[in-house]
Structure formats: C-alpha cells, structure tokens
Design a protein around this ligand. Structure first.
Ligand code: ZN
Length: 430
C-alpha cells in the first residue's frame, strides 16, 4: 500500500477514532493498520506498571460525553468531534445552570472557529471544549435559569496501554529506530501524518532485499508509551540503535523542519542534513531546546539514542496546532509525500553509512592478534598498530567511516583497509 492509500485510510477511518493514552480508539487504530501490514505486532503494558519515574495509567473508557438542554435536545456530543470532551475526563452526571455549564466549556477566543484539544491525563478533571462561536451561541440562546443535563460516562479501569511495533530485519544487528505516536484524537498533522508516513515507509523498506541494517517502527502513545518501551528494551536499544527519527507533524505543505539531537552532531542529524541538501530543501532547524515529542525520552541521560525529529510545520509553530483546524484541509497528499521523501532519504543515508562499533571494552590486546609489535622498545614500528588502535577509539557508534578517517587523519583507502582488518579479527561490528 502506498502513501495515497494510507492518506485516504487515515482521512476516512482513523480520523474519527477517539485515541488517547489508552483505550478502544488506540486498539482500533492499530487493528486497522495491522489489516494492511500483518506483521505489525500489537503489544501492551498493564495499567499500574512502574516504568522508571512513571506509572502506566488506568485505561480510559469513554462511552458518552453529552449535554442536553431543558427540552431534551442534545447540544454537545463528543461523537460529532472527539475534541469536544477533555481527554481523560472523569465521569460526571449533573444538572447544572447556564453559568456552571459555560464555566466548564473551554474555548480559544482568538480562534473562534476552532475547538481546542485539551487533556488532563494525570489529574482527574472533567469538562467540554467548544469553538468560541458555539459557546457564544449557547449563551445567547438560553436564559440564565435554564437547566442542562451533563453526562460524561467514562470509566478508569485496570487495563492496558497498547502500542504497535514493526521490525524489518536487516543483515546487521545495527538498527534504525523510527517512532511515531498514536495518542491524539481527530487531528491530522499532529498525529495522523506520522502514522501515514510510517506505514508508507514500512511498505517501501520491507520490499528492499538484503537491507544492511534493521529498521524498527514504533506506534506508541507519546511520553508514557516511549518511557514504557525504553524501560522494557533499554539494553537491546543501547546495543543496536545507531540513529533514527521521531516522525511528528509531517503532513502539511508549508515548511520542512527538523529537531536536532542534544548536541546537534549525531549521525541522525548528519543524515538528515545530507537529505535536505540532496533534495534541495531549506529546512527550519530547531535545536534540542525546542523538543516536544518523543525525542525527549530517546535522548535522555542513560538512554542517549540520538533520535532526531522530522516535521513539516513543527508542533507549536502553526496556528491550527492542537485545535480542530488541524484536519485534512491542512494535511495534504503533497505535504505527506514531501515528508515521506525526507524520511525515506534520511533512513537510506543512515543505512548506507558504515558505523563501526568496537566489540571490546577497553583496548583489545592487539599484540596477540599480530596487529601490534609484541616487543616494546624505543623506535619500534608502531604506526600501523597505532592507527588500528585510533580507529577502535572512535568506533563508539557516534561516527561513520568518513568521520573516523578525518579524526585519525588517514585516506579513504586506508580507512577501508583498517576496517577490513578489524572486521576480520572480529573486533568491530558494522
Ligand atoms: Zn500534540
């Protein structure tokens, strides 16, 4: 299936689902995706599980979120737009007057046509969200003494937090991690665009024979999902991941943006800069201090996976962000194809890089492998052995072959020769 297919699927089937950190909307989203990529694994964490400093939350099950007026007419129903109820709203059944109803309706006065997207994951609240215009209409239409019936039929249960994982095995255990999130309801750039582009990337890369590196795709609820995933897989990720990208807001056609890893000099950053150059794109470059999505977790101390972010219009930087105006009028097929091309090329660049990683902690004993003179004396010919040792010092997963050649000041031909010697002696993996 190509990007056109996933664009239509997202527009018609995924957009209306009520996704959140947990719940039916997420499961349904993953099940729909699995229909088209049967090797997508749907995995889960149980509510209450401790993951580092966090706890996997209770599952939010929302059945109804409605307001009826005194004539029994439904004037708010989240089913007409999921954003109309605060995400993770606590249950509420109450008859209220107009003043109390209006007090519990959030709006955006500066964007009177837009419904805001509001969540309260970690503190129990309830409430509705409407456009300012709709709220004004309710205010105009009803008298102060009119009564309204509020019903938020929600439950918090010990359930599961679901996520999706798709692995395309390459020849090497070295791995590229591509992550996107599945926790936003009814918004197109901030959420569905990442899913669409990831699915199109899966269909593209799974067809490539003899892929030199493994690619792992994640579809997880933001923050708690990535934290739980890292908690479960840290040692595998740390030994295998050589770079990757968080895909987020990657479907409008107004800009190309990237979020650098912490020091802006990782192989993920480098591959992405090479991509923009090749595609003749001038991106907006944001440093790590502008982070906001799961690059926050992947680059944390102790995790250090050096995952950069790829966006079109970056989250928080476009007026429709976190409102009902972030829809498929904003996200277009052209925009998505632009995002897809950047991600595809950046992944390809990472795949093509030779990234030597030393297999030995501390210097290996080169002498016993006949790579270094065993007689230590003044003026001995150490130079070849020293270069091999230099090569190994920079084989820490942070450099490709080109970088190492620069650091240790040798030619392209020599660097290849050193690599082959160390590979043959089983001292590095590439
Ligand atoms: Zn968001």
């Amino acid at each position: 299936m190509n990007i056109n297919f996933y664009y239509k699927l997202a527009k018609e089937k995924l957009f209306p689902l009520c996704r959140s950190l947990t719940g039916y909307g997420n499961v349904e989203t993953l099940q729909i995706l699995k229909k088209y990529e049967k090797f997508l694994k749907i995995k889960k964490f149980s509510s209450g599980k401790k993951v580092y400093d966090w706890t996997v939350p209770l599952e939010w099950r929302l059945k109804k979120a409605q307001v009826h007026d005194k004539f029994g007419k439904k004037i708010i129903d989240y089913k007409s737009n999921n954003l109309q109820v605060i995400g993770y709203s606590a249950p509420k059944k109450k008859i209220v007057n107009k003043k109390e109803l209006l007090k519990n309706i959030s709006t955006l006065s500066k964007q009177p046509n837009a419904i805001p997207y509001i969540t309260s994951y970690y503190k129990k609240r309830w409430g509705f969200c409407l456009s300012q215009n709709k709220k004004n209409e309710i205010n105009r239409k009803y008298d102060d003494q009119d009564k309204f019936k509020i019903v938020i039929d929600s439950k918090f249960v010990k359930g599961k937090l679901h996520y999706g994982e798709y692995i395309i095995k390459g020849k090497s255990s070295q791995e590229i991690l591509i992550s996107t999130y599945i926790c936003h309801p009814s918004m197109a750039n901030d959420n569905l665009s990442g899913i669409i582009v990831s699915m199109a990337l899966i269909s593209h890369f799974k067809k490539i024979k003899n892929l030199s590196k493994t690619i792992r795709f994640l579809f997880i609820p933001e923050t708690i999902g990535s934290i739980a995933f890292i908690d479960k897989n840290l040692s595998t990720l740390k030994s295998n991941v050589v770079g990757g990208y968080n895909l987020c807001c990657i479907g409008d056609n107004r800009a190309h943006s990237m979020i650098l890893t912490k020091y802006g000099n990782s192989l993920s950053d480098k591959s992405l800069f090479e991509t923009y150059k090749k595609l003749k794109i001038k991106p907006k470059v944001f440093n790590f201090l502008s982070r906001g999505s799961d690059e926050r977790q992947f680059n944390s101390p102790g995790v250090n996976l050096k995952i950069a972010g790829i966006c079109r219009s970056k989250y928080g930087q476009y007026p429709e962000y976190h409102t009902s105006l972030d829809n498929f009028n904003l996200v277009s097929l052209t925009g998505l194809i632009g995002g897809f091309k950047v991600a595809k090329t950046a992944i390809n660049n990472l795949i093509k890089k030779t990234i030597p990683i030393s297999k030995v902690i501390c210097e290996p004993q080169l002498g016993k492998r006949r790579l270094y003179p065993t007689l230590s004396k003044k003026n001995a010919r150490y130079s070849e052995g020293i270069k091999l040792s230099d090569f190994l010092q920079y084989s820490d997963g942070q450099n490709d072959l080109e970088d190492i050649a620069k650091y240790i000041k040798v030619s392209k031909r020599d660097i290849l020769r050193y690599k082959n010697v160390l590979l043959k002696k089983n001292l590095i993996i590439c």
